[in-house]
Design a protein around this ligand. Structure first.
Ligand code: SF4
Length: 331
């Protein structure tokens, strides 16, 4: 099939095969074919979200050296960026969530390091849920140990989870990929919505690996998928491998959109930017607190973007902003 035919296939909601996805990934990111892919994906994203982008707020509940040792993460113990464990007081976490909501975030996500125990997370979730508007989705990005508490997450008012099998999971991390897949199955079985991503993209990942991961995320029927590039952590082994240019990120974002079912209404990219947005990204994340891509303890003093900056990026991309609760997590 030609590129034009594969774009048509994606626009009509027919699944792309791993071979077709790999073929599309093989074009240079600045080629005419890649720009065709970005145009098709952008049109599809706008159609599925009524041309209204969203900006969600992510806040970290804790910061700790993590034994799961994902080499791309600043929390990995052996990366020695953070050496002491701290956690945000509950009232501060609630204030951060409410602040995000007040400035227009359509959904709030709380994040923890992998081993921050469910019993310690639960009081935060209860307190945040009690203060957010009833229809503002509350999302959790938590460790695999929480998958055994998936139904309790639902009872606490959590609407969904972000949980991804990362590229080279089990090789660049201490986590067996099957453990991540099992957790996703448990979260979904409890009725939690799922957000995923193809991440963290580096220059060492082959088109075949990326294609298989895009195809896997499509098989999960998530509320969103997307593509995120790795942010090199200075002084680390993986940091030395570098990252991919934003134009390649945009190409992968576009192909991911076209390969997803249309029940996956949203397409994510991280870190946010106008150029990756050209690939049809339809929502961005604002961040507060710790951040696995940052080397400062409060990312709002570092790499993070705030809601206003992200809304401006969407303006540059000629998107409108959705007002009110998220359509993505309410799908
Ligand atoms: S990505 Fe998560 S599991 Fe991996 S080291 Fe960082 S906090 Fe731990």
């Amino acid at each position: 099939m030609s590129v034009t035919e594969l774009i048509e296939k994606g626009l009509n909601g027919y699944p792309l095969t791993p071979t077709e996805i790999e073929y599309l990934l093989g074009f240079p990111p600045y080629s005419e074919e890649s720009f065709q892919l970005m145009a098709g994906a952008s049109a599809l994203s706008r159609q599925l979200q009524h041309n209204e982008a969203e900006v969600h707020g992510q806040l970290a509940l804790n910061l700790a050296p993590c034994p799961e040792e994902c080499q791309f993460c600043s929390f990995a113990k052996s990366n020695k960026i953070f050496t002491t464990a701290t956690e945000v007081p509950i009232d501060e976490a609630v204030a951060m969530a409410c602040q995000f909501e007040q400035v227009g975030c359509q959904a709030i996500l709380v994040m923890t390091t992998a081993n921050f125990a469910f019993k310690r997370i639960a009081p935060y979730l209860a307190a945040i849920r009690a203060r957010l508007k009833k229809d503002t989705p509350l999302i959790a990005n938590v460790g695999d140990q929480c998958a055994d508490h998936a139904e309790e997450l639902v009872q606490l008012g959590v609407n969904g989870v972000y949980h991804a099998v990362r590229l080279r999971e089990g090789i660049d991390t201490n986590i067996p990929p099957q453990q991540r897949r099992d957790s996703i199955a448990k979260f979904k079985a409890a009725g939690l919505q799922l957000g995923v991503c193809v991440e963290p993209l580096g220059p060492e990942h082959s088109d075949q690996e990326i294609a298989e991961m895009i195809h896997y995320t499509a098989s999960l029927n998530p509320v969103f998928s997307g593509a995120a590039r790795r942010i090199p952590i200075p002084g680390t082994r993986m940091g030395a491998l570098g990252t991919i240019p934003e134009i390649r990120q945009a190409q992968v974002v576009a192909i991911t959109r076209l390969a997803m079912p249309h029940t996956t209404i949203a397409n994510c990219t991280h870190e946010p930017g106008v150029l990756p947005g050209m690939g049809g990204a339809s929502f961005f994340w604002a961040e507060m607190g710790a951040n696995p891509r940052d080397t400062v303890a409060r990312t709002e003093d570092g790499r993070a973007h705030n809601v206003s900056e992200l809304e401006t990026m969407f303006w540059e991309l000629d998107w409108k902003i959705q007002h009110g609760p998220s359509r993505i997590w309410s799908a």
